[in-house]
Every structure is written in structure tokens, then in C-alpha cells.
Ligand binder design. Structure first.
Ligand SMILES: [Zn+2]
Length: 167
């Protein structure tokens, strides 16, 4: 059985119990941009905040792409979050290659080049990556000045966050 088939079966079990809160409009307080790495999935445990407070935006890295900026603007201006947390981590898979290397590898493996080099948003240093993210988010005119934009790196060996100050 595939994992998706298992998920469909699992959902039937889930839906047997009532979940009235799922039908309420969410009112999270903080937008969290973090990596798609599954080790970061249990944010309520990692951050000590309930699911209901977290508006989670996940990309590899995480990369703060134009799409992520749009999601942050909507998170603040439509959904009503009042803080932005950028959560990077040590040991990210996206530090293990460069975009150029992966483009070359996939071209070789498939025998086909992408129409344009694909952006994977690989990076090298999580702290530098975090500083660049803070600047990128902070400089967008639609992110209100009163919304704090704070960046962190979680050490996967200790589970501890360290805050990265914008340069
Ligand atoms: Zn990662």
C-alpha cells in the first residue's frame, strides 16, 4: 500500500471524530517561514506554541522567494499575523549541492536540459542565508514596519534556536 493510500485510510479514521475547530476561521499570530525538512514539522513542540498560533510557510531552505513574500504579505494583511519568524536550520539538504551542480546532474541523468536552468535556491551558510532573508522581507514595502521580522537558526544537534541579527 502506498503512503498516500495509507493517508486516505487514516483520514477516514480522523473524520470519525468531530473536529469543529477545523471549520473556524484561523487567527494565527505569527507567520513562520521554515524549511520543508520533515524534522521541522512539529513546530508546536519545537517552539512551544499551539498550531493555532502558527501560519506556516514552507519551502526548501527555506528560500524567501517572491511567492513566499506574497504569502507573507497575505499572512499579515489578510490573515492578520503580526510577527514574522524566519526559521533556518543546520544540516540542511540544500547546502549539500549548488544549483549549477544539480542542473548539470539532472541534465546528465535524464539526457534532457531544463528549458532554463532550474532555481533550487541552494545555499551554503545558514546564518548568512538568514541575514539575507531578513533584509529581503524587511525591505518589502507591503510588510508593515511595525511587524517584527526576526531570523533564527535551529541547531539540529541541540534543538536550540539562536537568533541572527540583521547586518
Ligand atoms: Zn532544510
Amino acid at each position: 500500500m502506498s503512503l498516500i493510500d495509507k493517508a486516505v485510510t487514516g483520514n477516514q479514521e480522523f473524520a470519525k471524530a468531530a473536529h469543529p475547530e477545523m471549520n473556524e476561521r484561523p487567527r494565527p499570530g505569527v507567520a513562520v517561514v521554515t524549511c520543508m525538512d520533515p524534522r521541522l514539522s512539529d513546530l508546536p513542540a519545537i517552539l512551544g506554541l499551539p498550531h493555532s498560533e502558527l501560519d506556516v510557510i514552507r519551502t526548501a531552505g527555506p528560500a524567501v522567494t517572491d511567492d513566499v513574500l506574497g504569502e507573507l504579505v497575505a499572512s499579515n494583511r489578510v490573515i492578520g499575523t503580526t510577527e514574522i519568524m524566519l526559521l533556518n536550520h543546520t544540516g540542511c539538504g540544500f547546502t549539500t549541492f549548488t544549483d549549477e551542480e544539480l542542473n548539470a546532474k539532472l541534465t546528465e541523468v535524464t539526457g534532457d536540459a531544463s528549458p532554463a536552468p532550474m532555481r533550487f535556491f541552494s545555499y551554503q551558510d545558514p546564518e548568512q542565508h538568514t541575514r539575507e532573508q531578513i533584509e529581503k522581507v524587511r525591505s518589502h514595502p507591503w510588510i508593515a514596519a511595525e511587524v517584527p521580522v526576526r531570523g533564527f537558526v535551529i541547531d539540529m544537534a541541540t534543538g536550540l534556536l539562536s537568533e541572527v541579527m540583521a547586518s
